[in-house]
Design a protein. Structure first.
Length: 49
């Protein structure tokens, strides 16, 4: 489970960087940032229980 969460975090981070790099894809940055935060919170909650 931890491997899946880390993989998702890396994917969201790459998409966020791509969204910043390409000016027309700023929406991709916003979506990736939201998904990164949600996945991080989910992983943190799962790990604490």
């Amino acid at each position: 489970m931890l491997g899946l969460i880390l993989t998702l975090l890396v994917i969201w981070l790459v998409l966020a960087i791509l969204g910043i790099a390409v000016k027309g894809l700023f929406w991709l940055f916003i979506v990736a940032l939201i998904l990164f935060v949600v996945t991080g919170i989910f992983g943190w909650v799962r790990r604490r229980t």
